[in-house]
Design a protein around this ligand. Structure first.
Ligand SMILES: *[C@@H]1O[C@H](CO)[C@@H](O)[C@H](O)[C@H]1NC(C)=O
Length: 482
């Protein structure tokens, strides 16, 4: 038996010299190959035409769980109204928006960086129609606001803190949204927050802009990249998450709103700041939450608040601290990437230092330092060399024409985080399907080595991502959702 195994290995080795392709085919049957490569049905990487709900592991034991769905696609309610002629954004519009999002995150983290100064140069690189409701690659949850409660579909964002929704009377401007616009005059629990309150003062660090004051009422200003903002009254209201009720939840009641928020009613801010929903609900959920983003827009994921009932196969990496000009950034969740392994090969990407990265639910594509990205890309290209290439697409420069293939063999990509936490990305976290003739590596390079990295939503797909904010750890569990 042993002899047979070693002689077949010899045969494989000999055939490797003879024919590279045959080598790959034969090696597929060896255990090492199986653990370093995924054989994936190409069609499984694209959404189906009907929505399938993912079951939540241990859902009966979990504390408070909300369904998460992609902004576009068959699981989205905000995308259902075909009579309203909002056109679905193209992927290139989504990626252009993604670039703005990354620039504005990096500008907030490091205000004097070259990136900030070059914000306007970059604007010309990517087409985006400003002020139009383009929507994006974002994920949505529903929460209740006011008394009686109104349900609102909000984008959930781990990269910001303030929760806001568009509010009547929309003094300056509201974009079109699916839900009726929240009207404070019809709620018995609404109140304005005064300019002299401590919470008003805290807005500066939550939004990165100092608050205004309009006849005693505190005014917030939240900006997400260019031409994308919400300004309005800072307010207090009753918040309902599943069956849990929170009095006096601080949020933004938007009177001037513009940008790429699709047909959603606004944003729910899951950052680390004292004004985030995570801090404000801490008495109930202990600053603990987790979520799973589905592999395609035809599946649902979830957002669980609180620690109770989470699976025990989660591995934890410590949050990193990040200081810029002596100030530590209190909003973002920083983690450290130590290394990347592709197809079983550990890349010499971060030999000098680890790489500080923000984990963000609203950035679509992971951003790496330019050198690290090019090493990863070159290795990926080598391992994908049997597939015909296709032209690049927007910020993605490594694409393949898979129209002639039912299955594709992708190298497993493992991200090694601080504390030697190894996380295998799902196939849907490695490539993004623009069409069958253009399937692209779903990573991109930052402009400068010194820019902070972003661990984006594509790479988080199907993982259960656990935030132990109080304890200072971020966890990853496999197979959180489909
Ligand atoms: C909140 O403040 C604004 C601006 O001062 C005012 O127009 C509005 O009537 C106030 N709402 C309530 C409920 O006090």
């Amino acid at each position: 038996m042993k002899l047979l195994a070693s002689s077949s290995l010899l045969l494989i080795l000999i055939s490797c010299f003879l024919n590279k392709i045959f080598c790959l085919e034969s090696m597929k049957s060896t255990p090492a190959f199986r653990s370093h490569f995924h054989a994936v049905e190409v069609s499984s990487l694209s959404p189906a035409s009907v929505c399938t709900s993912s079951s939540v592991i241990g859902s009966n034991k979990r504390q408070s769980t909300l369904e998460v769905h992609h902004m576009h696609g068959p699981c989205s309610q905000v995308d259902q109204d075909k009579t309203k002629s909002t056109t679905k954004p193209s992927l290139s519009e989504i990626l252009a928006k993604d670039q703005f999002k990354v620039k504005s995150l990096q500008a907030r983290v490091n205000p004097s960086s070259t990136t900030t100064n070059n914000l306007n140069d970059k604007k010309r690189d990517l087409p985006v129609q400003s002020g139009q409701s383009l929507g994006s690659g974002d994920y949505i949850v529903n929460i209740g606001l006011g008394t009686p409660k109104r349900m609102l579909s909000l984008i959930f964002d781990t990269g910001s803190d303030l929760t806001w929704t568009q509010c009547e009377p929309c003094i300056r401007s509201c974009y079109r949204q699916q839900d009726p616009i929240f009207d404070p005059t019809t709620s018995t629990t609404y109140s304005n927050v005064s300019c002299s309150s401590n919470e008003c003062f805290e807005l500066s660090s939550a939004t990165g802009k100092s608050p205004g004051c309009a006849s005693e009422t505190c005014v917030y200003r939240m900006q997400y990249g260019d031409d994308c903002f919400s300004v309005g009254f800072f307010s207090k209201e009753r918040l309902t998450i599943t069956n849990d009720v929170f009095q006096d939840f601080f949020f933004g009641c938007g009177q001037n709103n513009q940008g790429l928020f699709g047909n959603t009613a606004g944003i729910i801010g899951l950052g680390r700041h004292p004004l985030s929903i995570i801090s404000q609900t801490a008495p109930k959920y202990g600053k603990y939450f987790s979520y799973c983003l589905p592999s395609t827009s035809s599946q649902t994921g979830y957002l669980t608040l609180g620690k109770i009932g989470l699976p025990n196969n989660v591995k934890f990496t410590p949050f990193a601290t990040y200081n810029s000009q002596g100030k530590s950034s209190i909003s973002f969740y920083f983690i450290e990437i130590v290394s990347i392994i592709i197809g079983g090969r550990q890349l010499p990407v971060f030999t000098q230092s680890t790489f500080k990265t923000i984990i963000d639910s609203t950035t679509v594509i992971t951003r790496l330092p330019p050198k690290a990205y090019s090493i990863l890309r070159d290795e990926f290209r080598k391992m994908m060399s049997k597939y015909p290439t296709a032209p690049g697409y927007s910020i993605l420069d490594t694409c393949y024409d898979l129209s002639g293939y039912r299955y594709v063999t992708l190298p497993v990509i493992t991200i090694v985080f601080g504390g030697n936490v190894r996380v295998d990305l799902a196939p849907s976290g490695i490539v993004i399907v623009i069409s069958r003739t253009r399937v692209c590596l779903a990573f991109a390079a930052n402009d400068y080595e010194s820019d902070v990295g972003i661990f984006g939503s594509t790479q988080q797909k199907t993982l259960e991502v656990v935030y132990d904010v109080g304890g200072g750890y971020l966890g990853f569990g496999p197979f959180g959702c489909k």
